[in-house]
Write a protein that binds this ligand. Structure first.
Ligand SMILES: [Zn+2]
Length: 430
């Protein structure tokens, strides 16, 4: 099969292969790959939660050198490539040396992550994080020293320089701004950087309402919930993506819809951290575009994230096909979920998601229809087989910008990347 001549639609089928547009992972923290499997126990006699997990994540983040970040990121991006992901939005907040002092190049670590993605062959939106404080009336947390840029001007200078440097290198990369959360970025700072992004037409990503405690702290500080604050201050737009957006009311969902803002759900991480269930039915009803992210990298399987959107609601409501639109088309539900994993992600990170409308070189992947997870799929239910049941072993070729980065389920640098990552894990954990 000559992949360069394939027509890229939602799905084409030739012989024992189906071709699909590349998956877009809209929310990733690549370095968190190093804590996979190492936080699955209790650390306190009280309840373990997102907040106890976060302390463990911070302790790993504090120990990574620039080269370690490259190795950890390449491992995460390799796994993404092998699963059909062709572009990633990296929510990048490791900016400084472990003691909090800036590197000579304040974008050194961001560039390590970009280099890792491009070396693997992925497109990357480097969503550079602004992080000013531990929280409203909170004491500084020394474990956040690597993230902090307390000054909006300095942050914007660094963003501007990173854009110039990546353009000069002709990297397969672009820059967005990512105010970490309403907890970490006070309102004046937030307004300044979103005004900059609006002027420059950059994507804006922000963690919003992941935890109930974040919502109550915001109400304490501003008398409004995070989304109400963003909405009333005019900070939402169609370039804005609210990551998680779990603890929301129907009124808040409408605010996001009215502003044509996006939501990025990360269900495999959200279930791992006990965050809660994203009310996707409400977002779909109001026409909010929903994309997907692998976030903490506990699993890297965007189609698993896609099916969890539906499955979490089935468990909650004790119903089936909750997100299906009508009763006619058998693949309509799968198509809606697949759209979250592709086109919507591309719109959120402002990348070149492969669609029929774009002149950009195609990004796509193929799956083996003889893989045990897909065997026997019919014409009408093939997409439902792929969205609900595909094992990653079925992914065979992955092509980004016309270049084949995965061939017959294998990446050319796979062994070297894995060996270096194993050495890093040994150094970190013994
Ligand atoms: Zn995140």
């Amino acid at each position: 099969m000559d992949l360069s001549n394939s027509k890229i639609g939602l799905l084409t089928r030739t012989g024992n292969r189906a071709t699909l547009p590349g998956l877009v992972n809209a929310h990733s923290h690549a370095f968190q790959r190093v804590i996979r499997g190492r936080t699955e126990y209790r650390t306190t006699n009280d309840k373990d939660s997102f907040w106890t997990w976060r302390e463990m994540m911070y302790s790993a983040a504090a120990r990574l050198t620039a080269e370690d970040i490259y190795d950890a990121s390449r491992m995460a991006f390799l796994e993404m490539a092998l699963s059909g992901i062709t572009a990633v939005g990296e929510f990048h907040y490791l900016n400084h040396a472990p003691d909090g002092s800036p590197y000579d190049d304040p974008n050194l670590l961001a560039k390590q992550v970009v280099r890792a993605a491009n070396d693997v062959g992925l497109r990357i939106a480097l969503l550079r994080v602004a992080y000013a404080r531990a929280g409203f009336e909170a004491e500084p947390n020394p474990r956040q020293a690597r993230f902090i840029e307390s000054d909006a001007e300095r942050f914007l200078e660094n963003v501007t320089q990173l854009r110039k440097d990546l353009a000069a290198e002709k990297a397969m990369a672009w820059v967005g701004v990512a105010p970490h959360s309403v907890r970490a970025v006070p309102l004046a700072y937030l307004k300044q950087i979103i005004a900059f992004a609006d002027n420059e037409g950059l994507p804006v990503h922000m963690h919003v309402a992941e935890q109930a405690a974040e919502v109550s702290a915001c109400i304490n500080e501003y008398g409004r919930s995070p989304v109400a604050l963003l909405s009333t201050e005019g900070l939402l737009s169609e370039r804005f993506t609210a990551v998680h957006a779990i603890h929301v009311t129907p009124k808040v969902v409408r605010m996001l819809a009215d502003a044509r803002a996006n939501v990025c759900a990360c269900p495999t991480t959200e279930r791992n951290l006990g965050d809660g269930i994203v009310p996707i039915d409400g977002y779909f009803k109001e026409g909010v575009r929903v994309s997907l992210g692998t976030d903490s990298q506990v699993q890297i399987d965007l189609l698993e994230d896609a099916r969890e959107l539906e499955y979490h609601l089935r468990l909650q409501k004790m119903q089936r096909a909750v997100l299906a639109e009508g009763v006619d088309a058998k693949s309509a539900l799968a198509a809606r979920l697949f759209e979250c994993a592709t086109v919507n992600g591309g719109k959120s990170i402002n990348g070149a998601a492969a669609t029929d409308e774009t002149d950009e070189p195609a990004d796509f992947f193929t799956v083996d229809l003889n893989d045990p997870s897909l065997a026997g799929a019919g014409e009408d239910d093939l997409l439902a087989h792929i969205v609900f049941s595909l094992s990653k072993t079925a992914v065979k070729d992955v092509v980004v910008g016309g270049k084949r980065i995965v061939e017959d389920g294998h990446h050319a640098q796979q062994e070297e990347i894995v060996e270096r990552f194993k050495a890093l894990q040994k150094k970190l954990w013994g």
